[in-house]
Write a protein that binds this ligand. Structure first.
Ligand code: FAD
Length: 488
């Protein structure tokens, strides 16, 4: 008889793990508290507009290909991908710089801003490409069980890259502050400031300029739809509206089941794909590995205030992805990490997928997604949300030279309280735990419980870290560990 596994949570990591385990012959049931799968990557559909509630940047297409290839499939079997051109726009106070869809074009943009910067950019991207090869094709597929996993002939030669930081490296080579911001931007996806992110992570510059920015037609949620379909094809049973309220452990410290909607279900293996802090709270205190003080000390990635806005006209002077870097980044970063508070003049990000993908808004209209990164755990009230909407709309109108407020059909918002309620997120974090030097690989929360036998964890708080591609990898790693330990 095949071994039964319960998975808690249907984000990218839970879904990925479910697919791998089902393929390996396990009998998998996935329990999701919400009414649809997808976790932070769910979708909002309203009045003919479609929005991704969370992720919108499809980077590292090779990792998605690797995922589907493990099942003898390819992304194209499930969704249509377009490379965005331009990749994105960066809006500064006095100008907007658009990033092209190939390195030659990006180098030309750099050279215009700073003489000699094109060749320096080539050097940066070459080095970032080397690190990408080491990290993504190799290191990130290790389960973080031991520091020795990081010791390879290649990484030994790269020791300096774990000591230096991205901010210092960029500033050593480039002096134009706009180019510095553009080169520092990709590591923000890892959840910490560039000054607190090891140099090695500059492989994100290769992901950005080397591999490009892609868009699945219909939005990121199409990837979730694809994975749900694959999971169904492999025989995974998916139960939505199924919040797990307890993980049961027997007297020999082995997991024995879960409680869902008041009912007991017996399992010899449980994998938690919900936020780690919450998952451990489903255990009795003596079975938890990490105390509150552990989580308190960790650098969490930001939370966010997000608005989903339907506009009743096409907007001008926008691209699919737009970064509003027209205020002081250092100050905003300080208000997120050093001295948590609502930011005075925040940077923000806006996307309008309807600029390139007409399926996401009615004809002649635009879907706007606006995101302000915030410190996790901040007070969240309707008044604060309204103040910040006005703040960014004013700036958006000024920078893009148009009136948009009168064209709003509806707006919905999502912030700290929603992250907590919708996903049981610790302090309402959006992207999990940051990838700082002390929160990398084996220094991140374990994939396998050290206290409860046959209890495993996956997702953006574990290895390798935040983001959709890392969550896919995390699901694979957790599934491999389960397979290894069930064979013992
Ligand atoms: C606003 C936002 C923008 C982002 N932008 C990008 C981007 O552009 N590109 C990118 O690559 N990444 C981006 N990310 C990060 C990316 O979305 C995440 O890293 C990834 O989706 C995390 O997946 P996960 O499976 O670890 O967790 P989750 O998606 O959070 O999945 C956990 C699941 O567990 C469920 N759950 C919780 N408690 C229980 C319970 N008790 N019982 C049952 N189920 C439970 C939750 O409902 C949820 O479905 C973004 C994230 C956010 C929030």
């Amino acid at each position: 008889m095949s071994e039964k596994v319960a998975i808690i949570g249907s984000g990218f990591a839970g879904l990925a793990a479910a697919c791998y385990l089902a393929k390996d012959g396990f009998e998998v049931t996935l329990y999701e508290k919400n009414d649809t799968v997808g976790g932070r990557a769910r979708r909002l559909v309203k009045d003919g507009f479609t929005f991704d509630i969370g992720p919108s940047w499809y980077w590292m297409p090779d990792i998605f290909e690797r995922f589907f290839a493990d099942f003898n499939k390819k992304p194209a079997d499930y969704y249509h991908l377009d490379k965005l051109s331009p990749a994105y726009a960066v809006v500064f106070e006095d100008e907007t710089i658009t990033i092209g869809d190939n390195l030659a074009a990006i180098k030309a943009t750099f050279e215009q801003k700073e003489k000699g910067s094109a060749s320096k950019l080539q050097e940066v991207v070459d080095k970032a490409g080397e690190n990408y090869d080491i990290a993504i094709r190799n290191l990130v597929y290790r389960p973080g069980e031991s520091p020795l996993e990081l010791v390879t002939t290649q990484t030994v030669q790269k020791l300096g890259a774990f000591i230096g930081n991205v901010s210092k490296d960029v500033r050593k080579k480039f002096s134009d502050p706009k180019l510095v911001s553009i080169l520092e931007f990709p590591v923000l996806f890892l959840g910490a400031t560039p000054g607190n992110t090891p140099s090695f992570y500059n492989f994100m510059n290769y992901a950005d300029f080397g591999l490009g920015t892609w868009h699945p037609k219909g939005g990121m949620y199409e990837v979730i739809v694809a994975m749900e379909k694959l999971a169904n094809e492999l025989g995974v049973v998916i139960k939505t509206n199924a919040p797990v309220s307890k993980i049961l452990v027997d007297t020999s410290d082995r997991v024995s089941g879960i409680i869902v909607n008041g009912e007991k279900h017996l399992y010899s293996t449980v994998l938690c794909g919900a936020d780690y802090h919450h998952s451990e709270s489903l255990l009795e205190p003596q079975h938890r590995q990490y105390k509150e003080s552990y989580w308190e000390k960790k650098t969490f990635a930001p939370s966010s205030l997000i608005f989903y806005v339907g506009f009743d006209k096409k907007l001008k002077n926008i691209e699919h992805h737009n970064l509003f870097f027209d205020t002081d980044f250092e100050k905003h970063a300080h208000e997120i990490y050093e001295d948590p508070q609502w930011p005075e003049e925040p940077l923000f990000y806006a996307n309008f997928t309807s600029v390139t993908d007409p399926t996401t808004a009615p004809e002649g209209k635009e879907n706007g997604f606006f995101l302000i990164p915030l410190a996790p755990g901040l007070e969240d009230t309707p008044e604060l949300r309204a103040t910040y909407f006005d703040k960014i709309m004013k700036r958006f109108e000024a920078r893009t030279d148009q009136n948009v407020k009168d064209s709003i059909i509806f707006k919905e918002s999502f912030c700290v309280n929603d992250f907590k309620e919708a996903y049981n997120s610790y302090k309402g974090n959006a992207y999990g735990m940051a990838n700082t030097l002390l929160q990398t690989a084996f220094l991140r929360p374990n994939l396998r419980s050290r206290k409860v036998k046959s209890l495993f964890f996956t997702g953006q708080l574990t290895v390798p870290g935040p983001g959709v591609p890392p969550s896919l990898i995390s699901g694979k790693l957790a599934a491999e560990l389960i397979k290894k330990h069930s064979a013992q």
